[in-house]
Design a binder for this molecule. Structure first.
Ligand code: PHE
Length: 371
């Protein structure tokens, strides 16, 4: 029995001294493992007579219980200490100021306007602007739409209640075309400008909002013809969508301020629920999508703007910025553009460092939540 007591005391001392779970496990195996001293002591019971066994068994059982209890207690102690250490190392000090997060992003419309300016600047176009609160003369009359012109009715114009100084009506411009007039009056010819900006029409559904964005293009010089217009549009769209397989279709149309007038379509295919431009609209699985209007500037418009139509001629075009932004970056509801939802902006917005440049590529990727 004294041997048992010595072994038990040695085990208890070693268990108390164990300061890692591994060291404790070594002690458990040495005592309670298959070849541990407790197990060996239990085996000796088998060779004893029943009487001897009755005398020896309780001491072995109680030694085993004592050692097992000590191991459990020590294990709980070591586990608690480990958890404590982990909590201490992972603690967050809530009194510290929050880390600096990227705030805000560049709206896709602004990004696309920068892309437009970059591509057209390379083709020799300057950026021109005009007022969004416009007068009747610049928005309609000078664009060859007099008071009784039926095309005025198609513009769903927002008028202001008060008249302008000259007695004409004031309105929210319905297109960027009045900037053609203002630029020609200011600069004369030759001229090469684009005019991106907001326009307004009383219209609202999934593809129309009362405010949207257009870009106007105007080239006036000597010997300008429709071929220049087609080349310019095609060159622009190839650079903008960054694909060589852009196919444009020009369709005869009518605008009071151009003669002849053409609407231009681009070939596209549906890929899943996304429209992807490129390819020929008459090929299998492809279709045409209208992108804007254009034509040779009507000689009456040149006269209104003070440019001599016998000396100069040129082309103009207008296209929807929101629509080409949706096509390029894969949004499908125009209204979300103007909801101001921070989650939408974080997803589709651009980092201010995402500057479109021709050398680095104007096809910057949506930054996706400031990532
Ligand atoms: N201003 C026209 C529109 O808003 C587009 C256009 C611009 C057409 C220039 C021809 C030339 O529909």
């Amino acid at each position: 029995m004294t041997e048992l007591t010595t072994q038990k005391d040695a085990s208890l001392t070693a268990i108390a001294a164990a300061n890692t779970l591994d060291a404790l496990e070594v002690q458990r195996v040495a005592a309670l493992g298959k070849k541990g001293w407790v197990s060996l002591a239990l085996k000796t019971l088998g060779q004893m007579s029943p009487d001897e066994r009755k005398g020896a068994a309780p001491a072995i059982q109680s030694a085993r219980a004592e050692v097992a209890g000590a191991i459990n207690t020590k294990k709980a102690e070591l586990d608690a200490a480990a958890l404590e250490a982990q909590l201490a190392s992972e603690a967050i000090d809530l009194t510290l100021p929050a880390p600096e997060l990227a705030k805000g992003s560049v709206h896709p419309v602004s990004q696309v306007m920068d892309e437009l300016a970059e591509i057209f600047a390379d083709l020799g176009f300057a950026v021109a602007t005009g007022p969004e609160i416009e007068d009747d003369w610049h928005n309609f009359t000078a664009l060859n739409m007099n008071e009784s012109h039926p095309a005025r009715a198609m513009h769903d114009t927002f008028y202001f209640p008060d008249a302008a100084a000259d007695g004409g009506k004031m309105l929210l411009r319905t297109h960027t075309s009045p900037v053609q007039i203002r630029s020609m009056k200011e600069q004369g010819a030759p001229i090469r400008i684009i005019a991106p900006g907001r326009v307004y029409r009383s219209d609202s559904d999934a593809t129309h909002t009362p405010m949207f964005h257009q870009v106007e293009g105007l080239v006036i010089d000597k010997d300008i013809h429709l071929g220049h217009l087609k080349w310019t549009l095609e060159t622009f769209f190839k650079a903008f969508f960054e694909r060589e397989d852009i196919v444009l279709r020009l369709r005869p149309s009518y605008f009071p301020f151009t003669e002849p007038s053409v609407e231009f379509d681009v070939g596209y295919a549906n890929e899943g629920d996304r429209r992807v431009v490129g390819g020929h609209g008459d090929d299998a699985g492809h279709d045409w999508m209208e992108l804007g209007g254009s034509g040779m500037v009507n000689s009456r418009v040149l006269e209104f703007a003070g440019v001599d139509p016998n000396e100069y001629q040129g082309f103009a075009f207008g296209l929807g910025i929101d629509r080409i932004a949706m096509l390029k970056y894969g949004m499908n509801d125009l209204r979300a553009f103007f909801d101001g939802d921070p989650r939408w902006l974080a997803h589709y917005g651009f980092s201010p460092f995402d500057q479109p440049t021709l050398s680095a590529g104007v096809g910057s990727r949506a930054s996706g939540g400031g990532a």
